[in-house]
Ligand binder design. Structure first.
Ligand SMILES: Cc1cc2nc3c(=O)[nH]c(=O)nc-3n(C[C@H](O)[C@H](O)[C@H](O)COP(=O)(O)O)c2cc1C
Length: 267
């Protein structure tokens, strides 16, 4: 079989491992919905305490003078220097060719290899990448559906069926929008959990999360090269997001969203 059906992995996966990982993972889900707005909060920590606790480095011996300086310098224009996260996106849409360039670093580059632009434990590649258009009027977007699934080896996109309604997708991704403005594109990084648990069991969960980090860093660097802003985003409800793009939330864990667009901060 050249292209196995995605549920073929279930045949090799322990259902007990799956159930326990799913139970643990579900504890990290948020329910962001108007109905819960007045009865739930993330934490009870006041602003003063929060500012003391945020942005820190961890000193293992804070009371001892055991430090010495690093003498190297780093050019912030370097190819490996990312931009800061964009605070507010303009609503201007992005051309589809720009999005094709954006995902180029994560694709397979050699015809004789399955390897991609990022490493993967055991070459399992359990992270699936979905590109969502959050605007209705971008002429260069290639189809009525608003969500495309990246096929890194084929260097192609697969059209996600039933994703024509941009409003529906926006509600799932931007239920809580805060100050972020109107990002025109969202990338969803979802772990297809059977693809990592079948071999590595509980440790596969860890490997998959790290893989998401290495993919989003490549996207950040490429976005900077293309003059675009980015912001990673975790303020959404996993199950709502899965439903909006037609994925089974027991098998696909949408662990992070990445907004991409023109940044107001730099205008
Ligand atoms: C996994 C992940 C999830 C994040 N989720 C959010 C989010 O939900 N909302 C938000 O405003 N920023 C989010 N951020 C962005 C961080 O707030 C930001 O990276 C941090 O403040 C450091 O700022 P910098 O990215 O400009 O260096 C997230 C970052 C990461 C790595």
């Amino acid at each position: 079989m050249k292209h196995i059906p995605h549920d073929y992995y279930l045949k090799f996966m322990s259902s007990m491992v799956h159930e326990e990982v799913l139970d643990f993972h579900s504890k990290g889900n948020y329910t962001i919905h108007d109905a819960f707005k007045h009865v739930s909060r993330l934490h009870n920590i006041n602003d003063k305490s929060l500012s003391i606790l945020t942005g820190n480095e961890l000193r293992l011996y804070p009371d001892l003078d055991l430090t010495f300086p690093i003498r190297s310098t780093f050019d912030s224009n370097s190819d490996i220097a990312r931009s800061e996260s964009c605070d507010t996106f303009s609503s201007r849409s992005l051309s589809f060719s720009l999005l094709e360039s954006l995902v180029a670093p994560v694709l397979t580059n050699r015809v004789d290899s399955f390897k991609r632009g990022y490493p993967s434990g055991g070459a399992l590649y359990p992270v699936e990448v979905f590109i969502c258009s959050l605007v209705d009027n971008e002429e260069s977007w290639p189809c009525p559906e608003k969500v495309l699934h990246l096929l890194p080896n084929s260097r192609a996109f697969e059209v996600m069926q039933g994703t024509e309604n941009v409003q529906y997708i926006k509600e799932a991704i931007l239920s809580f929008s805060g100050q972020v403005g109107q990002p025109p594109v969202a990338i969803i990084y979802a772990v297809y959990i059977p693809k990592t648990l079948f071999k590595y069991k509980y440790r596969g969960y860890r490997l998959a999360l790290m893989e998401v980090g290495s993919i989003y860093m490549l996207i950040e660097l490429q976005a900077k090269k293309l003059g675009l802003g980015c912001r990673l985003w975790s303020a959404y409800t996993d199950t709502m997001l899965c439903k909006a793009i037609g994925l089974n939330p027991a098998l696909f864990f949408p662990v992070c969203v990445h907004f991409v667009g023109e940044c107001h901060d730099s205008l």
